[in-house]
Design a protein. Structure first.
Length: 270
């Protein structure tokens, strides 16, 4: 395809993605109440929210802006299959067959892990919020605005979702040879320490329960990455052994097959 055709295809796919996003935002804006009920449940489970599960708006336009913001995020999530497909359909024609398989596998794993991270965040946000709202004692009442609360919840979901993409990055580095399995095993203590340190920094609530809810699963996922790397190395060694190349060193050249083969000069159609 010529450059102009590539740009035309990119424009069409961006238009389809933006149209789908607009429809998703409109649908989420119309069905605001079930979305708000879902997002407000963690607050209603706290000691303060159980008494009076009410959030406050301190500005005239706060309710409208919050509803528009949440509708945009919900619309982007609802239409994610559409715009991700458009991005993939534009990029994959330039990839080889093996690269397409890897790209599809990494995309599927990223979506699943991001969703799992969001689930962990939703299940733990109530404990972290309860810790923050009651740390000064029962005599202090926090007037929690709807804007600050929903910003906190969306930040928690995003932080956990992005953090759970960590094993995808580690596996990619292992496949490319940048982070081999032996290095992953020898660096286990340093990586675990780094996971706990980063989890302590990026958890929005900074409470111990949320911090552990992020760090412990990431440590387990790192062990899964090591198992995947070991399985891949084992498969690679078997393939090399079948070809007689398993005993060769990294700087040692293999023998060339000088056997003559006959090539039919006639066209295949004949």
């Amino acid at each position: 395809m010529a450059l102009a055709e590539h740009l035309r295809e990119l424009r069409n796919r961006l238009g389809i993605s933006l149209l789908g996003l607009f429809v998703g935002v409109v649908v989420a804006f119309i069905y605001w109440e079930p979305i708000y009920h879902f997002l407000s449940q963690p607050y209603c489970q706290t000691s303060q929210g159980q008494k009076d599960c009410n959030l406050f708006a301190f500005g005239i336009f706060d309710q409208f802006l919050v509803r528009l913001k949440v509708s945009f995020i919900a619309g982007a999530v609802l239409t994610a299959p559409l715009w991700l497909y458009q991005i993939g359909a534009f990029i994959t024609p330039a990839l080889h067959r093996r690269e397409k398989k890897y790209a599809a596998a990494f995309l599927a794993a990223s979506l699943v892990l991001f969703g799992v991270g969001c689930v962990f965040a939703y299940l733990t946000v109530a404990r972290g919020l309860d810790f923050l709202l009651s740390i000064a004692g029962g005599d202090v009442l926090t007037l929690l605005s709807i804007q600050s609360y929903l910003s906190f919840v969306t930040l928690m979901l995003f932080a956990f979702g992005v953090a759970f993409l960590f094993p995808v990055v580690v596996t990619f580095l292992n496949l490319t040879g940048i982070f081999p399995t032996d290095k992953m095993r020898s660096s286990r203590r340093g990586m675990i320490f780094g996971i706990w340190a980063v989890a302590a920094l990026i958890t929005p609530s900074q409470d111990p329960f949320t911090f552990m809810a992020m760090a412990v699963p990431l440590c387990l996922l790192y062990e899964v990455c090591i198992l995947i790397g070991r399985a891949r190395d084992r498969t690679r060694r078997k393939a090399l052994a079948a070809d007689g190349l398993a005993d060769l060193g990294d700087d040692e050249t293999s023998e060339l097959d000088l056997t003559l083969t006959y090539v039919d000069p006639r066209p295949s159609s004949l």
